[in-house]
Ligand binder design. Structure first.
Ligand SMILES: Nc1nc2c(ncn2[C@@H]2O[C@H](COP(=O)(O)OP(=O)(O)OP(=O)(O)O)[C@@H](O)[C@H]2O)c(=O)[nH]1
Ligand SMILES: [Mg+2]
Length: 277
């Protein structure tokens, strides 16, 4: 059976830096700042560069303080919280991202709706987790390179949060990669984790981005370049998942750890193996 897509096999990786890509990116920027879209708003492209929109719900999971809110802010082009303020309840954020598909050479505008929930609220109120999981297309499991316990908690998170969602995309994201010199999670542990779980693994630095000439406003284009690998990786797996669900391409082979879970709960899993940087 086919494995999960190799990085860059579904979405043209550096397309956003091409002339055509930059033209499309301008629909999510205004005067070099990221545009903020209200619930009923969406990016508008000139008719000659029109593209379809693909919408997905993504639940961001991980221990308190690993950087869930900082990651979503970075993806949305907002200021990242420098001090840890626990997220009270659920916070949803919409991020648009234009990308070019390798196979059809079509441009798609991804609409990612991130659901970020403070870990404390999740533990305190029983209704929050089901709301976050309902009709979720993807789970992002965060650990922090500076918090060994958050890495060791991943297997429990994977089974507790997504054990009953075999068809959703699951990705692992190592945050605070800028602090790698002080890491508690050495590369050999990541290798062992990847071999056991066969999930895509990305690294992120959710640090304050470059400013425009005024020294205050965030540079929207520079911020997008910082997170393009995450947005493309997410779009790639979600698009691939849709193709598998529609029967257009075969599903991935099962990972060893996931197969054990399935033997226990009888569910079928379609995740495969991949490393992304
Ligand atoms: N240097 C660095 N700091 C980060 C990074 N990601 C998050 N932080 C910092 O870590 C702290 C906690 O980040 P948050 O995003 O608020 O954590 P959270 O996972 O949302 O926590 P809860 O809402 O309590 O569940 C903040 O001070 C962030 O600035 C990163 O990639 N690099
Ligand atoms: Mg938070």
């Amino acid at each position: 059976m086919a494995r999960l897509p190799a990085p860059g096999s579904v979405i043209v990786p550096d397309w956003h830096e091409s002339t055509e890509g930059k033209e499309h990116l301008s629909c999510i920027l205004r005067k070099n700042r990221r545009r903020v879209f209200g619930l009923l708003e969406r990016p508008v492209l000139p008719p000659q560069v029109a593209a379809d929109t693909a919408s997905y719900k993504i639940f961001v999971s991980g221990k308190s303080g690993v950087g869930k809110t900082a990651l979503v802010a970075k993806l949305a082009g907002l200021e990242v919280p420098v001090i840890h303020h626990e997220t009270v309840g659920i916070q949803t954020t919409v991020v648009y991202w234009p990308a070019k598909l390798q196979a059809s050479e079509r441009v798609v505008i991804f609409r990612f709706e991130f659901w970020d929930c403070g870990e404390a609220a999740l533990k305190k109120f029983d209704h929050i987790l089901p709301a976050c999981k309902e009709k979720t297309d993807a789970f992002l499991f965060l650990f922090s390179f500076t918090d060994r316990a958050s890495f060791e908690d991943l297997p429990a998170q994977l089974s507790r949060i997504a054990g009953d969602a075999p068809n959703a995309v699951k990705m692992v994201i190592g945050s605070k990669f800028d602090q790698y010199m002080h890491t508690d999670v050495p590369e050999r542990d990541l290798t062992a984790f990847r071999q056991a779980w066969e999930l895509p693994l990305l690294r992120v630095k959710s640090v304050p981005g470059r400013r425009l000439a005024d020294g205050r406003t965030l540079d929207g284009r520079a911020g997008l370049l910082d997170v393009a690998h995450i947005l493309n990786g997410l779009g790639e797996h979600l698009w691939h998942q849709d193709q598998v669900a529609a029967g257009l391409i075969p599903g991935p082979r099962r990972s060893p750890q996931m197969a054990v879970g399935q033997a226990l709960d009888g569910a079928s899993d379609r995740r495969g193996s991949q490393e992304q940087d």
